[in-house]
Design a protein around this ligand. Structure first.
Ligand SMILES: Cc1cc2nc3c(=O)[nH]c(=O)nc-3n(C[C@H](O)[C@H](O)[C@H](O)COP(=O)(O)OP(=O)(O)OC[C@H]3O[C@@H](n4cnc5c(N)ncnc54)[C@H](O)[C@@H]3O)c2cc1C
Length: 414
């Protein structure tokens, strides 16, 4: 956004045939100056995150993306950003408004959707489950080390055979035996799971058929194992896993005390769908800025391709999508900060911003011609990653069914 310097995107092979005769405007994806809704203090934090993403993440991320690997080398510096537990009050968390939480997510995604997702899985899904559904003791115990990034979390809801239908019947079971719960089942797609410390596992209590949440320590719990999902074509930097739970024993003190039905899971999803709306907006900003810079530099027929009418049409359409999503998300942030955010509000934004994101990155890819499918030019990475954002945290269809129920009063879920 306009709060920070517009540093050059990650180095891509040179595309200039000759030097440009005049200096052209630097790409700016905050066309309506929405950063002005932030306070000076918030702007400073967003600026710090932007500089970090541009100087530490951008130079290395394409290599990690191509290698299907997570950049552990970033973790120590990531911790120093002071964004652990952003949006949560107390428990050693960074605090701050939902607006700030959103702008930070957008800044991270503007450079890389995987790093934004890593942040969202840990700080949103995992910490959020404890913050929203944990007891006071559980918050005191788990949130401070998570806010310090000493313990990294993941969130296990989706299963190999149960995705969109999670609210209607998880196959992973939890059976109480005195003060211990025995958990059996599998979870699929779980971000951070192959290497993180804690998993929030959602399982169906066989006694009352309700979904309950459990904090499971990955590295020390017998019967808990994770296999990395290989050969992804999107969000390749995020390590997703299939978790197998075989007679895993979890003490009652590690059952989320406020997580007694899928309604409580859904409260976490509301917050994280809001987060994905911001992430999908950031992805579009990144694709737009890279595409614009490319168009200013790439010469065809002896002129920058940015001077061609049909290329300007593509760029204007991209910017319109970016700006529409930003406006939507800023309003949603205001509603969230005012305690008015409903599931249907978050669902509409998640569906809209991720759908627009697919459109925007596809236009960006098109604008780069053949170079649009080479990761070194960045837009190809945004193009692929937008696909995952469109499907995770509930697919487009699921979000629209939530909106449909709210506006018609009639549930259409099968
Ligand atoms: C990169 C990535 C990261 C993820 N990270 C996590 C994570 O950290 N933790 C986690 O728990 N999960 C995670 N997920 C899982 C994600 O939330 C699910 O993929 C998603 O909810 C969809 O479930 P599914 O893939 O099983 O698709 P399905 O539910 O099998 O859906 C397939 C298609 O059918 C459509 N469909 C299904 N039911 C209906 C219906 N009633 N009406 C209309 N259409 C319908 C869907 O919209 C979709 O188009 C991740 C997924 C990905 C791809």
């Amino acid at each position: 956004m306009a709060t920070a310097t517009a540093a050059a995107p990650a180095a891509a092979p040179s595309i200039k045939a000759v030097q440009q005769p005049k200096s052209l405007p630097a790409p700016n994806s905050d066309f309506y100056e929405l950063a002005d809704v932030l306070t000076a203090e918030e702007k400073a934090i967003v600026k710090k995150v932007r500089i970090y993403a541009e100087t530490r993440v951008a130079p290395i991320i394409n290599k990690y993306w191509a290698d299907d690997a997570f950049p552990f080398e970033l973790l120590p510096s990531f911790k120093e950003l002071g964004i652990g537990g952003l949006g949560y009050k107390g428990y050693g968390c960074a605090g701050g408004s939902q607006k700030l939480f959103g702008f930070v997510a957008m800044e991270l995604a503007r450079v890389d959707a995987s790093i934004c997702t890593f942040f969202g899985v840990h700080a949103g899904l995992a910490m959020g489950s404890i913050y929203l559904d944990g007891s006071e003791e559980q918050k005191q115990k788990w949130l401070p080390p998570m806010a310090r990034w000493e313990k990294i979390g993941c969130f296990g809801l989706t299963e190999p055979l149960v995705g969109s239908g999670a609210s209607r019947g998880l196959q992973t079971t939890a059976k109480r035996d005195g003060d211990t719960w025995i958990i059996n089942g599998q979870k699929r797609w779980i971000g951070n799971a192959p290497w993180c410390d804690l998993s929030i596992i959602w399982a169906r209590d066989v006694a009352d058929n309700q979904v309950k949440g459990f904090i499971v320590e990955n590295k020390t719990t017998p019967g808990f194992s994770v296999e990395k999902i290989e050969h992804k074509i999107a969000l390749k930097v995020v390590q997703n896993g299939v978790i197998t739970l075989k007679d895993v024993c979890v003490p009652e003190v590690n059952r989320l005390q406020g997580g007694n039905s899928f309604r409580d899971t859904a409260r976490v999803l509301r917050m994280t769908r809001y987060f994905v709306g911001w992430g999908a907006t950031g992805v579009q900003m990144g694709a737009f800025e890279h595409a614009l810079k490319y168009a200013q530099e790439r010469l065809q027929f002896g002129k920058p391709i940015a001077s061609f009418q049909m290329v300007q049409d593509l760029l204007a359409k991209m910017l319109a999508n970016v700006t529409a999503c930003q406006c939507m998300m800023v309003r949603l942030a205001q509603m969230d900060d005012d305690g008015k955010l409903g599931d249907h509000h978050a669902a509409l934004a998640k569906a809209f911003c991720t759908a627009k994101s697919r459109e925007t990155v596809a236009w960006g890819r098109e604008l780069l011609g053949g170079n649009g499918i080479v990761a070194d030019y960045n837009v190809g990475r945004f193009f692929a990653d937008a696909e995952a954002l469109y499907s995770y945290e509930g697919t487009y269809q699921m979000q629209n069914l939530i909106v449909g129920k709210a506006i018609t009063g009639l549930g259409a879920f099968v």
